[in-house]
Design a protein around this ligand. Structure first.
Ligand code: NAD
Length: 462
């Protein structure tokens, strides 16, 4: 029989129909129309990954790193175009950071005991297929970060990305699968659906082949995941206060705070969202922000207009999230030069532009009478998220007291918030900070289960 193209297509269609697996919906690897098919494909891939040597897994990770570097600008442009949030320059930095500093297989450490009764190891093994839910504020860098950690740990992953960032997420996910294929690994190490919805997320959360769910997003998704009956890693919202006391280098504090707050137009969950300044230095701090850091001081009337614009009865006005200070001011009829980076003002802690997590470069300053008052106000403003907080101080006692009281996963001292992600600070990078469930800054080991391996009475050669 002659085999022509149309015959081959017919056969493929017939086989696909029999297998009951829909064809990948887009030209991208790992994209399916149906969530059940995405999970089935990821499960098949995981059966291969778990048999791969650590060296082979590391080859995949290394390819992901290279591809992320090569595509950093394309991914960043795509994310800004699709979501309208953030800025390309800072997103490029995020992609290089995630490529360079997200831990791979080296993160999986074995613990050993040896003695008269033999040798016992604790080894970190994969869960299987992990369900991951990702935010629109940082779409591709989160997909890449999660994929590196999860695959390094021997898992595969199915994403249910934010619908507002689906194209960018699919592009990132395609790179991950290409990276695997180029390293001799399987396709579909990272999968998703063409149209992620709450329904597809629900299917994922309830699916028997998903033992662990990692959710990065606001309080709604974290609560949903923690109510799923599955093990959940909840990386939720923050509202990080930056405390400044009278011992700080005030000029540097102004620079660090504005740099951190304006990074990617304030989208990162760790970014400074408000300042609590001790009274004796508050005016000086505000002055430096206005005169040296290109901040715009909003009048009472302008603050009211901003409240009416950026907040709606249902929460944040999505059209304002991740927009620049210039665009936000334009929305209330104020024209400023391009170099204006941030909108500042002074207010009480209950001011809606201060107490809400806005994710836009609007930075309110709350005045405190002393460090104790500042700590009390900062703890209130953090809303018990236990996520991130910052302090500018040279007084070790003040710093220690604040650290104990605020009890957050991240506390940056005397630097911009992004130092916590390894950018201008020591340590590794992650874009999934599991404040609510306690893993903190997630990495490959967060996506493993601990397994004890015991050899009785042998192999101790001490
Ligand atoms: P979001 O909560 O609107 O969406 C996040 C993800 O959750 C999306 O994929 C969305 O589709 C999904 N989702 C939302 N509600 C859900 C529900 N009830 N059930 C299932 N899925 C649901 O958040 P966003 O606007 O995309 O991102 C910004 C928020 O995420 C901020 O609150 C920010 O602080 C937080 N965030 C936290 C981290 C962290 O590491 N802790 C990182 C980035 C963003």
């Amino acid at each position: 029989m002659l085999v022509n193209e149309s015959l081959v297509q017919d056969i493929v269609q017939e086989v696909v129909a029999k297998l009951n697996i829909s064809e990948p919906a887009a030209k991208y690897h790992g994209v399916f129309t149906d969530m059940n098919d995405a999970i089935a494909a990821a499960k098949k891939a995981q059966a291969v990954v778990r048999r791969m040597s650590l060296d082979q897994r590391e080859q995949i990770i290394s390819n992901i790193r290279r591809k992320t570097h090569e595509n950093a600008e394309a991914l960043s442009r795509m994310a800004v175009n699709e979501t309208g949030m953030g800025n390309v320059g800072d997103k490029i930095i995020k992609h290089h950071l995630v490529a360079d500093k997200t831990p791979g297989t080296e993160d999986l450490k074995t613990v050993a005991w040896s003695g008269d009764r033999g040798l016992t190891l604790i080894e970190m093994g994969p869960f299987g297929v992990i369900g991951a839910i990702t935010p629109c504020t940082n779409p591709s860098a989160t997909v890449i970060c999660n994929s590196i950690g999860m695959i390094a740990a021997g898992n595969t992953v199915v994403f249910n990305p934010h619908p507002a960032a689906v194209k960018t997420s699919m592009f990132a996910l395609n790179l991950i699968n290409e990276a695997s294929l180029e390293a001799g690994g399987p396709d579909n190490v990272a999968c998703t659906v063409e149209k992620p919805t709450l329904e597809s997320s629900d299917i994922m959360m309830k699916h028997k082949d998903i033992p662990l769910i990692a959710a990065t997003g606001g309080p709604g998704v974290v609560t949903a995941v923690l109510s799923s009956g599955k093990r959940g890693i909840g990386a939720g919202a923050g509202n990080p206060p930056a405390v400044v006391d009278e011992t700080a280098d005030i000029r540097k504090a102004a620079r660090d705070i504005v740099n951190g707050c304006t990074f990617d137009n304030n989208l990162p969950c760790i970014a400074e969202k408000e300042i609590v300044a001790v009274d004796s230095i508050a005016d000086e701090l505000m002055n430096y922000m206005i005169t040296e850091q290109n901040c715009y001081l909003a009048s009472k009337e302008e603050q009211d207009k901003l409240i009416a614009t950026v907040l709606t009865p249902k929460g944040l006005n999505r059209k304002c999230v991740g927009r620049s200070a210039k665009v936000l001011l334009g929305m209330i009829g104020v024209t400023v030069p391009d170099n204006i980076r941030c909108i500042v003002f002074e207010g009480e802690k209950e001011h809606p532009l201060i107490s809400e997590e806005l994710m836009m470069p609007i930075l309110g300053m709350v005045r405190a009478k002393d460090i104790d008052d500042a700590i009390e106000k900062a703890v209130w403003l953090e809303h018990g998220n236990r996520h991130s907080a910052h302090i500018h101080s040279k007084n070790i006692d003040n710093i220690t007291k604040y650290a104990r009281e605020i009890d957050t996963a991240i506390l940056v001292k005397n630097g911009p918030s992004y130092a916590a992600l390894g950018f201008g600070g020591e340590g590794y990078c992650t874009f999934t900070i599991a404040s609510r469930t306690g893993e903190g800054l997630t990495s490959a080991k967060s996506f493993t289960k601990s397994r004890r391996c015991v050899m009785s009475d042998s192999l101790c050669i001490r």
